[in-house]
Design a protein around this ligand. Sequence first.
Ligand code: PGA
Length: 277
Amino acid sequence: MEGDFYGCKLAASEYSDPMTAKRPLFVAANWKMHTRLVDGRVLVQEMSDYLRQAPVAGAVDIAICPPFPYLHMHEGAAHQAGMWLGAQDCHAADDGAFTGDVSAAMLKDVGCDVVILGHSERRALHQETDAMISAKLRTAVAAGLHVILCVGEALAQRELGKEHFLPQLETQLLASLPEGVADAQVSVAYEPIWAIGTGKTATLEEISEVHVQLHHILRTKRNLNLRVLYGGSVKANNALEILSLPVVDGVLVGGASLKAPEFCTIINAAQHAYRQR
Ligand code: PGA
């Protein structure tokens, strides 16, 4: 059987496994360096109230990723509401003389379940290389954290055409993802850099094309069936159409995750999309 996703032909077995095809969608909130303690508490409270009225267990996995200092403070409320707690980075070592850094084991200690690695803002601002991200990922997984591994092309790369940026994405993905991880340990987030925080979302065709490729690379090169999330200006008004794409397994949300009504609409869209699968 072959699927036709906006012109991308792929055998259905290459992106969906009957055993895992109906796995929960994953909606992750990347708060970046936003929210003070009170703002975060209100946000988590509003999300908890929503989830109490509209439970999503089994259909949608939700993670919130606040700034480091607040992780422990949001731990109880996040877990009580059935959400995972995530950090936005970690160091590759367990301990050591690394001023200002935080290890995966420390994140685990304060109740984290998830860590985002390789976000383009960190790749750009902190010169994080694929090799550094791969080392962090290995440590994070060993510490028992689920990793959201971000990959994505810059506008200049995309403008060179798909025969250029798709192989670059493959290289970035495989170099950032160490061998030997399991499906449950990692999700990939495709985040085109030009769509992050710009209000410029990739089209459904562009998202499908890349997700098909990423699933294909993961399956053929690593024998993995990871969830592949989309990120980049996901909002309440476009989440449903994005999450309805069969090759999209969730979303990584920045700006729109800072307003509870908007983020809850995205959660609701994921639940709806899950039911349609
Ligand atoms: P955005 O950010 O939703 O604000 O575009 C996404 C991200 O950077 O993870």
